[in-house]
Write a protein that binds this ligand. Structure first.
Ligand SMILES: Cc1cc2nc3c(=O)[nH]c(=O)nc-3n(C[C@H](O)[C@H](O)[C@H](O)COP(=O)(O)OP(=O)(O)OC[C@H]3O[C@@H](n4cnc5c(N)ncnc54)[C@H](O)[C@@H]3O)c2cc1C
Length: 382
């Protein structure tokens, strides 16, 4: 099916080059990175050296001023290769936009260039042990003291939690008299700030090479000018960036699910039982036909949203639908594909097992499916 996105020749070349780059740099190393539970810093540095980090940033910060389609291609290629633990979309398209949109010129000059070079890595810390879906109930608090802010609290499930150097942290700054949506601010906490510590990497069932960790702020003193944007605007800033964050999640899920179908198609043609290829059994054909149909629906939808996003339109509601439906569909596809591999699908040697485990998170982070449905139903005027 022809995609509705108008990729130019240079986009196609870029995709091809980046795809080969991933094979060369990642294929032989990924299993080791999964064992170590982290993507090595050297790899991030190489990504930066090759211009794959924050490519959309302005040239004055060291970016290429690339359009959003380059971000789309990078995320799609990482997902379709099954390297879900490489959270390049988090660094490129989820966290850095906070700095770019709300940072002062001085802050951008300070933080963006090392992130574009891959010398410094990004994370965003919103979730707390008792504030996940219900973000407004967060307890982490920042209090102004002279020229500094004193941060106290705890965050959990933070992706890049161990490796990150620059962390955008959401904290309460308003008193009880301030409405919830005006009582949160965003701060940048840098590695080695006194009072900032990290827990051990959290052990997860999937995304094994992704370092997810708890962060602790214990009278953590950060310079006054590490406040990002205006005091009290944190919640609104987070909401403003959610369209892109959820779009990135959904488009990665779509690409990963398409890849599951491709590898399964190949497998069922090769695998023989009862004297014929598995692909010749009606169940297999119907399974694959159903999945191909769902994927075609997802593809049209996500590409339409990408086009709208690039055109600067607000598609918040539709993006919630895509985040909900495509991420759920991607999980179903990974599960049904694994089933067609039989026992081999349950073995880590077969990439389908990794797709299956990595897909599971997609309906949980960046807003759970239930939260998406809550937002969608609210938008329906219910
Ligand atoms: C691997 C991983 C990486 C992550 N990365 C980050 C990160 O980088 N930064 C960050 O800040 N956070 C991150 N998170 C946190 C993630 O965003 C939260 O886990 C998620 O928002 C859900 O919050 P919770 O875990 O507290 O679940 P809860 O909010 O406790 O939800 C529990 C259940 O209740 C349901 N529920 C919630 N609200 C409603 C409702 N209104 N109606 C009905 N049911 C509801 C949920 O859908 C869920 O099924 C990550 C999580 C994981 C596991």
């Amino acid at each position: 099916m022809e995609r509705s996105i108008k990729f130019q020749e240079e986009h196609k070349i870029f995709r091809d080059v980046f795809r080969r780059y991933l094979i060369k740099e990642v294929e032989d190393n990924y299993t080791q990175w999964e064992k170590e539970g982290i993507i090595p810093r050297e790899f991030w540095k190489k990504l930066g050296d090759n211009g794959y980090l924050i490519p959309w940033a302005d040239e004055k910060y060291g970016g290429s001023g690339a359009d959003f389609l380059y971000s789309v291609i990078i995320c799609e290629e990482v997902a379709r290769a099954g390297y879900g633990s490489i959270f390049i979309g988090l660094h490129n398209d989820i966290v850095s936009p906070y700095i770019d949109s709300y940072g002062t010129e001085e802050q951008k000059m300070r933080w963006l260039p090392p992130c574009i070079k891959g010398e410094k890595l990004l994370a965003v810390a919103m979730t707390e042990p008792e504030a996940g879906s219900d973000l407004a109930s967060m307890k982490t608090r920042a209090v102004k003291e002279g020229d500094s802010w004193i941060l106290n609290g705890q965050k959990t499930f933070i992706s890049n939690g161990i490796i990150s150097d620059i962390i955008v942290v959401a904290a309460k700054t308003g008193g009880s008299d301030v409405p919830a949506h005006r009582s949160m601010s965003l701060f940048v906490v840098e590695r080695d700030t006194p009072g900032f510590t990290r827990g051990e990497p959290i052990k997860k069932i999937g995304l094994l090479a992704q370092d997810t960790a708890e962060l602790f702020f214990d009278d953590c003193r950060i310079p006054g000018d590490n406040l990002l944007g205006e005091e009290g605007m944190g919640f609104i800033y987070l909401m403003q960036k959610l369209q892109q964050e959820r779009l990135i999640c959904a488009l990665g899920s779509q690409a990963a699910a398409e890849s599951c179908l491709e590898i399964t198609k190949e497998y069922v043609k090769e695998r023989k039982l009862f004297g014929k290829p598995l692909s010749k059994f009606q169940n297999t054909r119907f399974e694959l036909a159903e999945m191909a149909s769902e994927l075609a629906v997802g593809r049209s939808f996500i590409d339409d949203l990408i086009n709208n996003h690039i055109a600067g339109r607000s598609v918040v509601q539709e993006t919630c639908m895509a985040k909900y439906w495509i991420c759920e569909m991607s999980g179903r596809v990974a599960d049904r594909c694994l089933q067609l591999f039989g026992g081999y699908g349950y073995c880590t040697e077969y990439p389908i097992s990794r797709f299956y485990l990595d897909a599971r998170i997609q309906t949980i982070y960046a807003g759970t499916s239930e939260v998406m449905k809550h937002i969608i139903s609210k938008g329906m005027g219910l």
